[in-house]
Design a protein around this ligand. Structure first.
Ligand SMILES: [Zn+2]
Length: 346
């Protein structure tokens, strides 16, 4: 399954090579042209049938959140910095894999017996944490994991539920946004009326950087960003309406902190979902940001919309996704794109 391969590939911002290699192998034979730009974005063109003059950008980001090794202590443990948004609480005692050789390490944690009362109630800041690769000294640690090397969570992709039960949940890392990448690969199987430019972008998690370059170079008339967004409908004592719910279908973003969706695109997706009876939901407005935040501001402006697969516990070592949501996201993207009117841009 492509989602599994992509989930298990390693690629924090700035080090997306492994993910890009998997994607390139998948799309090479199904597109009319493809290139890798100066930042590392993988950009492919799938020519349209000729019935629409439009050029539509569909983007999904390749990078995941992770860590970068910053130094080694005399004792042989490694200091690191976070790359992208990670909650310090999810770090202690995690196994990570460092660099392309996947050197294993453990983010050290003090045993519970040794904690004093104050420490038990406090979250240890990431800059106080270290990664233990089993090295006996600084030189050995530096050899195993040189400064600047990246690390990702060691997480296996596992099917959680028995498909015959009707539930189809899987757990793995980096569904944000390898789910979007997998859907974009699927979309490239067919021809749309318009020229479709697929952009597998770099460095989204550190400021939507690759998308900005891709949109500037490709001059699209409209854009769709395929994402994976947080579902937080877990039990809570306070009432906070969830951002999205697992199992309720693709989430249409009306607005997040990075952009406001084009109302014509919202209507197009809403109508397509209704008429084809594709379950869908609206992401709670004003949470997070996506590549659309860069794309809609490119050149003289690009009408954009973000469509996302909901997943629980994103930006942590393990997230959970419902494969039915995943398939419905692909189905809604496909259906709505086919309906994009040729006169969308005058
Ligand atoms: Zn994302």
């Amino acid at each position: 399954m492509l989602l599994q391969r992509l989930s298990e590939a390693h690629g924090i911002a700035g080090h997306e090579e492994e993910v890009r290699a998997v994607l390139l192998e998948q799309i090479r034979d199904r597109v009319d042209a493809c290139r890798i730009d100066g930042m590392g974005n993988l950009i492919a063109l799938k020519k349209g049938t000729g019935s629409s003059p439009l050029r539509v950008l569909v983007a999904a980001h390749m990078d995941e959140v992770g860590l970068m090794i910053t130094s080694a202590e005399e004792s042989g443990v490694l200091r690191f910095a976070k790359v992208g948004g990670i909650d310090d609480r999810v770090l202690p005692a995690r196994v990570v894999l460092i660099g392309p050789k996947r050197v294993p390490g453990v983010i050290g944690v003090k045993p519970v017996h040794l904690l004093d009362k104050g420490e038990r109630d406090r979250v240890t800041e990431s800059r106080q944490l270290t990664i233990d690769v089993g090295a006996t000294g600084k030189a050995e640690a530096e050899k195993l994991a040189p400064r600047g090397e990246f690390a990702v969570f060691a997480t296996e992709f596992i099917a959680l539920s028995d498909p015959s039960s009707g539930y189809r949940t899987v757990q793995g890392k980096a569904f944000d946004d390898r789910a979007g990448c997998a859907i974009l690969v699927e979309l490239l199987q067919e021809r749309f009326p318009f020229d479709l430019v697929a952009a597998f972008t770099v460095q989204e998690e550190v400021g939507l950087r690759g998308a900005r370059v891709a949109a500037g170079a490709e001059k699209p008339d409209a854009a769709l960003v395929l994402e994976c967004t947080g579902a937080n409908e877990v039990p809570t004592t306070r009432d906070t309406s969830p951002s999205t719910r697992l199992g309720s279908g693709p989430a249409i973003t009306l607005r997040d902190t990075s952009f406001i969706s084009d109302p014509r695109l919202v209507e197009l997706f809403r109508t397509a979902a209704r008429e084809k009876s594709i379950p869908h939901q609206y992401k709670q407005p004003n949470i997070g940001g996506t590549d659309a935040g860069s794309i809609h501001r490119a050149r003289d402006g690009v009408p954009s919309l973000t469509l996302a697969v909901p997943a629980r516990y994103i930006h942590s070592p393990s997230s959970i996704l419902d494969l039915t949501d995943f398939e419905n996201t692909a189905a809604l993207a496909r259906e709505a794109l086919h309906r994009l009117p040729r006169g969308f841009v005058p």
